[in-house]
Write a protein that binds this ligand. Structure first.
Ligand code: NDP
Ligand code: HSE
Length: 438
């Protein structure tokens, strides 16, 4: 039954996501009102340029005056992206008593504490399901469903653009550039795709996930990050030969104390090899998936569309229904606790496996020399494959060594790579890539 006054909803942005939010809000108006117990009235849509054609977006609602729109709203949906003016608008909305829904991981990962603190102070609610994993419900499970459990590890594919690029390069032999262009045309990529391909976007999402999972603040600058721009077709071919595939992974985990070092958390994003039989290996296209390992719940996997206007709009509308119901029912917003104060540790504290491809001179003793470098730094070799290089039917006098290691600290592994690079018998190191999920 609808007894409550209509709730005024302001939409900031009408791009890939915003246009779909506007469409779904309009098309599903009656059903949404029945679910909430109040009508959701879209009162305006802020954009930069009023002259742009926007099929399906009610033209009479468009405005460039975001500030006036915010002041009269009960709920503000921010899907503009970027830091400013999105940050100022969100702070204004919260100050004026509105609940805020945002998909803006860049903003939350850099200014989260400021925004969350203000929301708590004024008793408003901040919802951000769409900020990680597009349509996949992952924020609410971490924020609410697992709030009584202890999360130990998260490993996921959280960027649709890079997963799309890697998948197209691997399955069709597409070039990096053409796969990126396709991802941009499909509306998956950020306004500046550097955010995707250099893994800034995935790092921001990892920071948000880790902060919720470990109840602690995670400074974005402490998230270790490597993008996918250096991944080559040769690395993909080698991976296929070995029954592996390359994925850009976001990993958040607790790291135990050592005799000399404190416990903490590691939050990192890098391309890594995973076995083809690993569930994350079958995540294709722009899909995302997040594995969560919790003490009592065990292993959980969340899978679905990680990007795309309509898909992301679904997560926004879910948040909108929650926010609207809270208005109808009354009561303050729920704050997230960041009491744990875990230190975000450097990559050197992480235990991982490497696969290293080395071009060496094909002479007696070279293999032993290489093996000694690994053992001198406490890194145990798991597999070695040697292939003599042949050009025009003749041996070139060089060989390719593919070395797989057991788990060791990242610090020890990078020292091994450094020493190998300075070794005369090593002509070139053509690939250094971590291995996860084995
Ligand atoms: P777009 O670039 O497609 O759209 C941005 C919209 O915001 C445009 O309508 C733009 O107006 C408007 N805008 C930008 N700056 C201003 C400003 N200063 N004042 C008023 N309006 C402004 O972005 P997306 O829709 O792709 O992304 C929006 C947010 O959602 C981002 O935070 C993104 O990270 C996040 N996100 C995106 C996903 C996706 O698949 N695309 C998935 C998950 C999250 P105009 O059209 O006039 O330029
Ligand atoms: N550019 C992002 C991606 C959008 O490709 O995953 C979803 O956050």
């Amino acid at each position: 039954m609808i007894e409550y006054r209509p709730l005024r909803v302001a939409l900031l942005g009408a791009g890939s996501v915003g246009a779909q939010v506007a469409r779904l809000l309009t098309e599903n108006k009656v059903e949404l009102a029945a679910r909430v117990g109040a009508e959701l009235e879209l009162v305006g849509i802020a954009v930069r340029d009023l002259s742009v054609e926007r099929p399906g977006v009610p033209a009479h609602l468009l405005t460039t005056d975001a500030e006036s729109l915010i002041l009269g709203a009960d709920i503000v949906i921010e899907v503009m992206g970027g830091i400013e003016p999105a940050r100022t608008y969100i702070l204004q909305a919260l100050t004026s008593g509105a609940d805020v829904i945002t998909a803006n991981k860049a903003l939350l990962a850099t200014h989260g504490p400021e925004i969350f603190d203000l929301a708590e102070q004024v008793g408003a609610q901040l919802y951000f399901e769409a900020s990680v994993g597009g349509a996949i419900p992952i924020i609410r499970p971490l924020r609410e469903s697992l709030a009584g459990d202890k999360v130990n590890r998260i490993m996921g594919i959280v960027n649709g653009t890079t997963n799309y690029i890697l998948d197209r390069m691997n399955s069709t032999g597409a070039s990096f550039e053409s796969a990126l262009q396709e991802a941009q045309d499909l509306g998956y990529a950020e306004a500046d795709p550097t955010a995707d391909i250099e893994a800034y976007d995935a790092a921001q999402k990892a920071a948000i996930l880790a902060s919720l999972a470990f109840h602690t603040e995670v400074p974005l600058e402490k998230v270790y990050r490597e993008g996918i721009t250096k991944i080559t077709q040769a690395q993909m071919e080698a991976a296929r030969r070995d029954g592996l595939v390359i994925k850009l992974l976001a990993i958040c985990e607790k790291i135990a104390a050592t005799e000399t070092e404190p416990e903490g958390i590691s939050v990192r994003v890098y391309p890594a090899l995973i076995p083809l039989e690993h569930p994350l290996a079958s995540v294709r296209g722009a899909f995302n998936a997040v594995f969560v390992e919790a003490e009592a719940a065990g292993q959980l996997m969340f899978y679905g569309a990680g990007a795309g206007g309509t898909q992301t709009a679904s997560a926004i509308l879910g948040d909108l229904v929650s926010a609207a119901k809270r208005h109808v029912a009354g009561g303050p917003g729920l704050a997230d606790s960041v009491h744990a104060e875990f230190e975000t540790l450097g990559i050197d504290r992480v235990f991982t496996q490497y696969q290293i491809t080395i071009e060496v001179t094909d002479q007696p003793g070279v293999l032993a020399q290489v093996a000694n470098i690994f053992s001198a730094h406490g890194v145990s070799i798991e597999t070695v494959e040697q292939m003599a290089r042949v050009r025009d039917g003749k041996r070139t006098g060089t060989a390719t060594l593919e070395v797989g290691t057991h788990r060791a600290t990242d610090a020890a592994l990078s020292t091994v790579v450094e020493v190998l690079r300075a070794t005369d018998a090593v002509e070139e190191i053509t690939s250094v890539i971590r291995v996860e999920g084995v």
